[in-house]
Design a protein around this ligand. Structure first.
Ligand code: HEC
Length: 151
């Protein structure tokens, strides 16, 4: 009985903690979250780009593995761009908050393109993989040109 009670108490504490974190994410945490996911996207896109450009041998299996990761990561980014982060320190340009629907559409387009990339990659047609990779990275660049601080 005591054991059960302990489990229940632990669960309640855990849920309270998770619930609290969900209700009011700190703006800086949201920025770190989105930058982390974007970094992970870049981490996985990079070696695919090297294959597409012929800098390293094209490995279809590795490409498909990386494409799967990208397809999982891409839909995770948008929630980090909450309006509460508007004044937090980041590389998001102020225009982003004035054009939030356009920004969000670009994010959901990226998610769809990445999903398609993973499907194409699983089918193993190298030319199609290259083509869909091109479509996908164009979206990265297009959005960075508009909404990311230039370096
Ligand atoms: C809809 C807009 C948009 C799309 C699409 C997009 N990005 Fe970005 N990206 C941004 C913005 C805005 C920032 C700056 C974020 C910040 O500093 O909080 C950024 C930052 C980054 C960063 C730097 C993260 C860091 O550590 O500060 C990387 C890496 C990155 N993006 C990679 C990618 C890759 C790879 C893709 C395509 C697969 C992509 N992005 C698609 C808007 C976008």
């Amino acid at each position: 009985m005591k054991k059960v009670l302990n489990v229940v108490v632990t669960l309640c504490v855990l849920l309270a903690f998770l619930g609290g974190a969900q209700a009011a994410p700190k703006p800086d945490d949201a920025v770190h979250y989105r930058q982390g996911v974007l970094m992970a996207l870049g981490w996985n896109i990079g070696p695919m780009g090297a294959m597409v450009q012929g800098k390293v041998p094209f490995d279809k299996e590795r490409f498909a593995f990386l494409a799967d990761r990208v397809a999982q990561l891409a839909p995770m980014v948008a929630e980090g761009f909450d309006v509460s982060t508007k004044d937090a320190k980041s590389e998001a340009r102020p225009e982003l908050w004035e054009n939030l629907p356009d920004f969000q559409k670009r994010m959901s387009d990226l998610a769809s393109a990445s999903q398609k990339l993973a499907i194409v990659a699983s089918e193993g047609d190298k030319a199609a993989m290259k083509r869909q990779f091109g479509v996908t990275v164009k979206m990265c660049k297009g959005c960075h040109d508009e909404y990311r601080v230039k370096h």
